[in-house]
Design a protein around this ligand. Sequence first.
Ligand SMILES: Cc1ncc(COP(=O)(O)O)c(C=O)c1O
Length: 484
Amino acid sequence: MTDPTDAPAPLPASFPTPERPLPPGGPAAVAERVRAALGAVLPEHGAGPAALDALAALVRAETVQPRHPHTAAHLHGPVLAASAALDALIGELNPSMDSWDQSAAPSVIEEELVAALAGLCFGATASHPGGTVTTGGTESNLMALMFARYEAIHRAYDTDPAEEGIPSYAAGRIKILTSAVAHFSLARAAALLGIGERAVVPVPIGPDHRMDPQALEETAARLEADNHLIAAVVGTAGTTDAGAIDPLAECARIAHRRGAWFHVDAAYGGGLLFSDRRRPMLDGIEEADSVSIDLHKFGWQSIPAGVLLARDRAAFGPLARRVAYLSALDDERAGYPNLLDRSVRTTRRADAVKIVATCQALGRAGLAALIEHCFALTAHTAAAVRARSEFELAVEPALTTVLFRYLPRYGDPDRVNAALRRRLLAEGSAVIGRTELPGPDGKPNGPGSLRLKLTLLNPQTTPEDLDRLLDLVAAAGAAEDLPS
Ligand SMILES: Cc1ncc(COP(=O)(O)O)c(C=O)c1O
């Protein structure tokens, strides 16, 4: 067991904290400075190595810095040195994962990584798990819904949607049920897969932003009674704003009773698999048919580091291709693996290597300790928000985001909160998030729903850093609090 009182594991090496979280002045000022310093991007004659120094200095000075403790808007975290180091090596060696003769070791390393993560996720419940490294939750979710679409259409109509398209008699019948606050990439995936965004049916959420399982049951029953085909239920393990984790075990039961695919979008919360203490929050994930995990979120990887896991590696079958220049049959018979069923991409970076570097450098307990530190920061910040009369906490944190707002004395709360965030950005003093509180149907709850968001993913941030950040927010709020 991970002892929750363990101090964070010493990082194998870490980068210095940057001076400020972002360049000052806002978009127009940054664009002006960058254009002035950049010069011609394609000169007739190159400047050699001097060009690199100049460009690196410019990018370093004018880029948002997720390593600064006052950068806390998005699921966009600082990078561990172990990840960055092997990311640079991969940049240099440039292996590509679409055939063995462009990769060799990285294709084996990816397989081992997938096996280890599938073991953490599915345990002994999956006898032939599979998976792949992706560019992130968007690609993972697309692939998962592609698997679900294949399964549903193949089972119901004995046809392959990848070959034949969606049969006309199935069009409009296929449905995917998600929480009303599921990530937008799922709806976009449905559009890309030809079943249309309207195929994604939002299921109401409770006040804790979790999908209501009774509403899921009722929605599924109503759709079936209307002769719809439920291809998939998607549970979210860590919604983007509130970090809410849907009741995964109940979602799994409701999906599987109907023969539907159960996908878990654990892009945010998947990292909890590393922690014995937090793993129970994901109970039910082991029942999933597929799971998206982003290690560039809770995992501190350089972008991209998505992972898609499947309970049964056969799910990837429809992606397999026999291509003369990449996957000749006699090569495969001679022991050269056909890697073309791993991805929707062809040329593919060996991102598994940097992930394994991190896993080996920190170990599971080391990663769990970093996660624990982020939970502690979140509890501290939520308590500080609650204790200060100028703030209002919106919802109890579920993972490591804090949703709150500044309470103005005079001005309209939505306007003041939006303006104070832009003020911090323009000053170059903090990057905090904004969003809108949803109603049960996932739609913004009307005027008064704007909230600020702190996404706490930085294991090197201290509680004092966050106290100072709240001071900055309060000062910016007071400066913007003018009568509307
Ligand atoms: C819950 C969830 N799913 C999917 C995604 C998309 O992930 P990516 O940006 O890595 O494609 C996000 C992004 O924040 C997310 O929060």
